[in-house]
Design a protein around this ligand. Structure first.
Ligand code: HEM
Length: 397
């Protein structure tokens, strides 16, 4: 990962978002030359890229607040993502047990069945669009099952979350209008689902939330909607992006692909290392709450900050041979799931889904590569690869 001289993070208009397809040189330029970058163009605000600084900021919400950070079509702060401690603590106390490792492991056989059914369709075939035919439908189906929502509405949910995360519009105003319209559809969809649960309670997450109490009080309808909205945004795209980036990497590195396929016992190491080197959620936003000095730079209240998780995860100061993909790396304290109080609620679900998906796919499709001349396009922010054409043969065969 040598620094590429032409990448100048201090140049006007520089944006790390422009490097989503091949970001490592830009991450290194940021870390080495301006680890706390205050810029006018690009993302604007302040970009923090070294591991030590990113981790410190994640762990200090009293300086780096998650309130009023981004407008993604929501009418109120999303719970718990946009709530700072101490209020944040009560929501995590409620939600953590529901997404615990033990509960998520119990779902693994069903997720394996779903992944196996999807991958069965590739048997005997020549290739597929991994994104459209596997990486997108799998987490969306798991999510609908978890919440107890009807599977036939899958395309609707996918369309709505895409409208929030990557609205197709020519300008910022157009994009925001699409986000707000998609946001209204999310509230309406969950309102409808909650009404159905009130009339006829089920054994699912929605019915559970209607019954549950936080500090002796039931969750209000608005609070439940604000949690569901976040789960939809946080749970679908991230696992899809992880599967996309992992498959794209393995398709282009046959030695690593063979290792992952032939040694299923190291699958957890494969997942952790690819989470580190691909870091599908590139960054998280914050707003400075009180004056703070970080990396030798003083930040003032109200400044917007981007914590570049992906740059932190490839920082040589924190990971020996950071540029080497080592499936047996230990320890591997990446921040792909964030850190501090807002660390990903769904990490156990995500890890289980990724393990089940990769395992079941590899059992049926042990050999795959990209068609010659393919140039992959990664979306910025959350790095989906769409389309992701795979051929079920060795490169060049
Ligand atoms: C590999 C897949 C995933 C990745 C890489 C990922 C990444 C992240 C990151 C980086 C954060 C921290 C946000 C911040 O600090 O501002 C986060 C938070 C969160 N994630 Fe995930 N996530 C994944 C899967 C999931 C899934 C499947 C769910 C569904 C339950 C989920 C639910 C959440 C929620 C609710 C939060 C907010 C936690 C809080 O604010 O306390 N995530 N995730």
């Amino acid at each position: 990962m040598a620094t590429t001289p032409e990448i100048d993070p201090e140049a006007p208009g520089f944006s790390v978002m422009d490097f989503a397809s091949s970001p490592h040189a830009a991450y290194q330029a940021l870390r080495d030359r301006c680890p706390v970058l205050r810029s006018q163009g690009g993302l604007g605000g302040v970009t923090i890229s070294r591991y030590e600084d990113v981790l410190w900021a994640l762990r200090h919400p009293e300086y780096f607040s998650s309130e009023s950070t981004v407008a993604i079509g929501q009418q109120r702060p999303l719970i718990p993502l946009m709530v700072d401690p101490p209020a944040h603590v009560k929501y995590r106390k409620l939600l953590d047990p529901v997404f615990s490792r033990k509960r998520m492991l119990a779902l693994e056989p069903e997720v394996r069945r779903l992944a196996g059914d999807l991958a069965d369709r590739f048997k005997g075939g020549d290739g597929c669009d991994f994104h459209a035919e596997f990486a997108e439908p799998l987490p969306s189906t798991v999510f609908l099952r978890l919440l107890g929502l009807p599977l036939e509405r899958l395309p609707e949910f996918v369309e709505i979350k895409d409208g929030i995360i990557r609205p197709s519009a020519d300008d910022m105003a157009g994009a925001q209008a699409i986000r707000e319209a998609s946001g209204r559809r999310i509230y309406a969809l969950f309102e409808e689902a909650l009404d159905a649960r009130v009339a006829d309670p089920q054994q699912d997450l929605l019915s559970w939330m209607l019954d549950e109490e936080v500090e002796g009080e039931r969750l209000t309808r608005e609070q439940i909607l604000d949690i569901c909205y976040l789960l939809l945004i946080a749970g679908l795209d991230t696992v899809t992006a992880s599967l996309d980036t992992f498959a794209a990497y393995l398709a282009q590195h046959p030695d690593r692909r063979r290792m992952a396929v032939e040694r299923p016992e190291i699958i957890d190491g494969v997942i952790e290392e690819l989470l580190r080197t691909e870091t599908p959620v590139m960054m998280v936003p914050r707003v400075v709450k009180q004056t703070v000095e970080i990396g030798g730079v003083t930040l003032e209240p109200g400044e917007s900050v981007v914590l570049l998780l992906a740059a932190a995860d490839t920082d040589e100061r924190a990971f020996p041979d950071a540029g080497v993909v080592d499936f047996e790396r230990r320890p591997n304290r990446h921040v792909a799931f964030g850190g501090g109080p807002h660390r990903c609620l769904g990490s156990h679900l995500a890890r289980m889904e990724l393990r089940a998906a990769l395992d079941e796919f590899h059992r049926r499709v042990p050999v795959y590569s990209l068609p010659q001349g393919t140039e992959l396009s990664y979306s910025a922010g959350i790095r989906q690869v769409e389309p992701l054409p795979l051929l079920f043969r060795e490169p060049g065969a």
